[in-house]
Design a protein around this ligand. Structure first.
Ligand SMILES: CC(C)=CCC/C(C)=C/COP(=O)(O)O
Length: 293
């Protein structure tokens, strides 16, 4: 008596064709013995009945990608799978840059949450909140603007007025650029942030970049370049800038990347101010107007 035809596992074909094998099981695998099972599984479902599965099969299966799987041409003609929409193709084949950016973002969120140890009173370092808020005020726009205007009104030398006029210009440029970028990027502040900040503008509901970090970097570079200070004071100025930036993450106001970009932007803003340095020679109107006050 002739023995029944068997598949690669040695099981009789009729039995394995009716069995409920799962994808990826040997019944689906290569080898001529698997042909029957593959056909019966495909045949049990109307081609294209489930578009999601059709798309996944089309895009993910090596059959589709290589187009040379021996089983593909063995059965009755199948309806060609619907062409993949462009956005699905991008999702299934993310670029290296996309993966790198998403990973950086995930690390950023995770690290920022970990470092947000003063975000609320009940946080692990919640008792440090008053000190962090003091640092927040030390880097806020209003004290810096009012302080500069006050010094400008009190200054009795041309050189002093020139430096202060440029500091005022730098602070205004900073407010403008930060507001512009915040409005364009519209990144929400971290979920663990308590919105209890001292005087904010409407764009300050957004977090990228940190305005305190830009100001701290800008002002400290400005001060180091235009004030003659002893070394310990210079070190203190740099330390203040870093601590103000770091305190933004500890308070839960910002993610790490908001502050890192803020430092970069503030540092760059100083170069802009230095390039367009205002003096009685290139902006006489400003100085004459101020003198008449
Ligand atoms: C109202 C004025 C003149 C300035 C607003 C200063 C401010 C609240 C900036 C936001 O800083 P972060 O982006 O670091 O939270």
């Amino acid at each position: 008596m002739p023995s029944p035809r068997r598949n690669a596992d040695g099981r009789p074909l009729a039995a394995s064709a009716s069995s409920t094998s799962s994808p990826g099981s040997p019944a689906h695998g290569g080898g001529g013995g698997g042909r029957f099972e593959f056909q019966s599984l495909l045949g049990s479902r109307a081609p294209g009945a489930d578009p999601t599965c059709a798309r996944l099969r089309a895009s993910e299966s090596p059959v589709h990608r290589r187009g040379s799987f021996p089983l593909a041409g063995a059965g009755p003609p199948q309806a060609a799978p619907a062409p993949l929409p462009e956005e699905d193709r991008m999702d299934l084949n993310p670029s290296f840059l996309g993966i790198a950016l998403r990973s950086l973002l995930a690390i950023d969120l995770w690290l920022s949450k970990k470092l947000g140890v003063c975000a609320v009173e009940s946080s692990s370092w919640g008792s440090m909140r008053p000190l962090m808020k003091l640092l927040e005020i030390s880097g806020h726009g209003i004290p810096w603007l009012l302080g500069t205007l006050y010094c400008l009104s009190r200054s009795d030398s041309w050189a002093g007025r020139e430096v202060l006029m440029n500091l005022l210009f730098a602070l205004l440029l900073d407010l403008l650029l930060v507001a512009l970028i915040k409005g364009l990027v519209r990144r929400r502040r971290p979920a663990h942030n308590q919105m209890d900040m001292f005087v904010t503008l409407s764009v300050d509901k957004y977090s990228f970049p940190s305005g305190h970090a830009t100001r701290a970097a800008l002002v400290s570079r400005f001060v180091l370049n235009h004030l003659v200070l002893a070394i310990p004071l210079r070190v203190l100025v740099v330390l203040w800038a870093f601590i103000v930036g770091f305190s933004r993450v500890m308070l839960g106001r910002h993610n790490v990347t908001d502050v890192a970009f803020g430092f970069f932007l503030g540092y760059t803003q100083y170069s802009i101010v230095d390039y367009f340095w205002l003096s009685p020679h290139n902006a006489p109107v400003l100085f004459v107007l101020w003198n008449q006050q």
